[in-house]
Design a protein around this ligand. Sequence first.
Ligand SMILES: [Zn+2]
Length: 172
Amino acid sequence: MKTTKYLLIPFAVILLFVFACSNSDNSKKNEYWTCTMHPQVHKDGPGACPICGMDLIKKVVDETDSVSSKPDMEGMIGLTTDKQILANVSTIKVKKENLKKELIAYSYLDFVEQNRKTIPAKFNGRIEKLFVDKTGDYIDKGQPLFEIYSPDLAQAQNEFLVALNSGIQIVL
Ligand SMILES: [Zn+2]
């Protein structure tokens, strides 16, 4: 009984040693040093990137992140999450959707040319009061738009009044 005890202890120590060694081997396999700008660079230890000279960073390979570990991706080209970010590739799930065509165009609003009206005065003068002074204002029929002073009209009016007061017969 005693001999078996003595035999078992070294055996257990050896087993522990082998187990520890295999574990450390695994962890060594799952980590490497790489450049953030050049992920194709793989080194066993720290140092500088041979392409850009940046300090290498330690990278631990996540088995769950591996493309080949996904059963539905077998035989297909795929990117790991890290490589997808580096390649700036985004994906979305395929779904049914209505297609909308979006068109962005720059334009300006203007009045219909045929609806523009010019109101000319039939005599010389100057506008003294303007009742409608903004483009686009609504106006009513018969609404005064402006007050105009015309020397020609004032003179004609004076001549009319003089003639009227002097008793001359006026024929219009
Ligand atoms: Zn680099």
